[in-house]
Design a protein around this ligand. Structure first.
Ligand code: NAP
Length: 259
């Protein structure tokens, strides 16, 4: 265990799977106390259990990031358990497949499906920052500041056919990130986004048998990224090593968006 995050508490949403799970484990290995929030209580507990089993500090939280009461509870429970909130990785998200609209052009999306993707991927990030920043700024004078990383996507930078709501939500996450960075720089709170390309998680893996060849042809590295490769970027952005970095959207996509 390294100690660059020792003494810091970080809340990770979507921490029960994929990128969020990898980041929670990496942050804990760097010494952070980690609150693992997920829709699935069992999966949140599984990640938190892995952390505590290897000597780290963790808390499991279950709830829906699109519901303000749940998000407020995540933040309050984290502060109650660990005494403070220093960082957050707002990462929970859903793809068009989660609302039955994988690959559908705009004319085929229902209003409900579009609204659900926006609610989880974009409103969820707004609600998280609202409560996290409040907790970070409530601390006693002299110990303020904090760092937030939001999960956008390469879909926050370019359009993708068949993913309208997802693309709109991720473009929104980048705009929200930049605005929060401007608003809270005077309070020493850094806010950045990560833009993963195609990563080997349960969100993408089911599409590989049918779309794998097309996906890999579009990635110069000709492979999926790993959740651990995104976790390294998240750790760096949340650590003091990124002390002059705010309002940025960092791409980690094996070269996908360079073309
Ligand atoms: P994942 O393995 O499906 O993990 C997402 C996690 O978020 C799951 O544990 C899921 O819980 C949880 N979640 C979903 N809706 C939630 C809600 N309303 N409230 C709380 N938790 C919720 O997917 P992933 O690939 O790691 O995705 C993580 C983030 O990276 C997402 O924001 C995604 O858009 C983004 N991203 C992924 C890729 C990629 O290629 N994988 C690329 C770019 C960006 P359940 O499983 O219980 O629903």
């Amino acid at each position: 265990m390294t100690d660059e995050m020792t003494g810091k508490t970080v809340l990770v949403s979507g921490g029960g799977s994929g990128i969020g799970r990898a980041a929670a484990l990496r942050l804990a290995r760097a010494g952070a106390a980690v609150a693992v929030a997920d829709l699935s209580e069992a999966r949140a507990q599984a990640t938190a259990g892995e952390i505590t089993a290897s000597g780290g500090k963790a808390l499991a939280l279950a709830g829906d990031v699109s519901r303000e009461a749940d998000v407020a509870r995540f933040v309050a429970a984290t502060v109650e358990a660990f005494g403070r909130l220093d960082g957050a990785f707002n990462n929970a998200g859903i793809s068009p497949a989660a609302v039955g609209c994988a690959g559908m052009p705009i004319t085929e999306w229902s209003e409900e499906a579009f609204a659900r993707v926006i609610a989880v991927n974009l409103t969820g990030v707004f609600l998280a920052m609202k409560h996290e920043i409040a907790a970070m700024t409530r601390r006693e004078a002299g110990s303020g500041g904090g760092a937030i990383v939001n999960t956008a996507s390469v879909a926050g930078l370019v359009g993708l056919r068949g993913s309208s709501a997802y693309v709109a939500s991720k473009h929104g996450v980048i705009g929200l990130t930049r605005t929060a960075a401007l608003e809270y720089a005077p309070l020493a709170i850094r806010v950045n986004a990560v833009c993963p390309g195609y990563i080997d998680t349960p969100m993408v893996a089911p599409h590989m048998p049918t779309r794998g060849e097309d996906i890999l042809r579009a990635v110069p590295f000709a492979r999926l990224g790993t959740p651990e490769e995104i976790a390294e970027l998240v750790l760096w952005l949340l650590s003091d090593r990124a002390s002059f970095v705010t309002g940025a959207a960092y791409v980690a996509d094996g070269g996908y968006s360079a073309a």
